[in-house]
Design a protein around this ligand. Structure first.
Ligand code: SF4
Ligand code: SF4
Length: 290
């Protein structure tokens, strides 16, 4: 089973929930992998530790245009969905804007003059960690200045392929990195906070998940602050409220020290296992249900 933990905005406690439910599962004897897809700011390793056990470099194929062969027909520029090829045919100017290129290869495909080659642009790394108890963490880590972590996330997901249980820490937001993380998930836990910002971003995430036809439920973190609008929304939309985590100074202190709250609070650990059990019973063993 692949369980993605996501949030519409940063700072809601998404990673806090992901690392603590992962710890709770492995300490209950489950064989699980933690996959940190938050490639811009991966920080799961700060909480779960572990020894680095190798890494893979991930690169993007960027087109290189041979100006000797180019006839300035504009086909490549017109075909590029990301507007990554700038061309002024009358002045014989053509340039690839590397920051916008997604390495899809369409320009190469449409060029009839064999004028487009490629070069590798490093994006970052997929890093493997082995934890003390033999569990694994796979971390996606983007280089500074890289525009999109999507290819790195795909590489991280591929590295976790075949594992029986994967907890995915998704990037925040509801754009491409989030979509590519949750695309392969069996269930998505959306972590939010009971504030107007939390509700606004939660609505956006839910809108995307509904379009993707993904089952999901909501965890309200920092319960006790803000207002009741988020609960009214969940009730009105018939969305599962999986768990509430109270707003407590003690929890914030554990997070600030990079420690797992579930290590010391057995009740919290039990609650997380109960949430997982509920999700697993309903959505986990899809092969068995087919
Ligand atoms: S499609 Fe090929 S020939 Fe046409 S502008 Fe692009 S690189 Fe040049
Ligand atoms: S590889 Fe794709 S994104 Fe990059 S310039 Fe070519 S068509 Fe555009």
């Amino acid at each position: 089973m692949k369980l993605a933990v996501a949030s519409g905005k940063g700072g809601t406690g998404k990673t806090f929930f992901a690392v603590n439910i992962f710890y709770s599962l492995i300490s209950a004897g489950k064989c699980a992998i933690l996959l940190d897809c938050d490639a811009e700011e991966p920080n799961a390793a700060l909480f779960v530790g572990g020894e680095q056990a190798g890494f893979d470099k991930v690169c993007l194929d960027i087109p290189v245009i041979d100006k000797e062969k180019c006839l300035y027909c504009s086909k490549c520029s017109e075909s590029c969905y990301y507007n990554a090829i700038f061309i002024i045919p009358t002045s014989s100017i053509i340039r690839v804007i590397e920051e916008l290129c997604h390495g899809c290869g369409v320009c190469n495909y449409v060029c009839d003059n064999d004028a487009i080659g490629k070069k590798e642009k490093p994006l970052g790394y997929v890093v493997n960690y082995v934890l003390d108890n033999g569990a694994r963490l796979i971390e996606t880590r983007m280089d500074v200045g890289v525009y999109s972590p999507v290819k790195l996330i795909r590489a991280g997901v591929a590295a976790a392929k075949g594992a029986s249980l994967v907890i995915m820490d998704s990037p925040p937001g509801s754009s491409c990195p989030f979509i590519h993380t949750v695309a392969g998930a069996d269930y998505v836990v959306l972590v939010t906070e009971p504030t107007p910002f939390g509700l606004s971003d939660l609505r956006q995430s839910i809108s995307v998940l509904r379009q993707l036809n993904k089952p999901f439920g909501v965890v309200v973190n920092k319960a006790g602050i803000g207002d009741s609008a988020i609960y009214d929304y969940l009730l009105g939309e018939d969305i599962a409220l999986l768990m509430e985590i109270p707003f407590k100074r003690e929890i914030a202190e554990y997070c600030a020290r990079g420690e797992l709250f579930a290590v010391q609070d057995i009740e919290f650990r039990k609650q997380l296992l109960a949430v997982f059990g509920k999700i697993y019973r309903n959505y986990g063993d899809r092969d068995r249900k087919r």
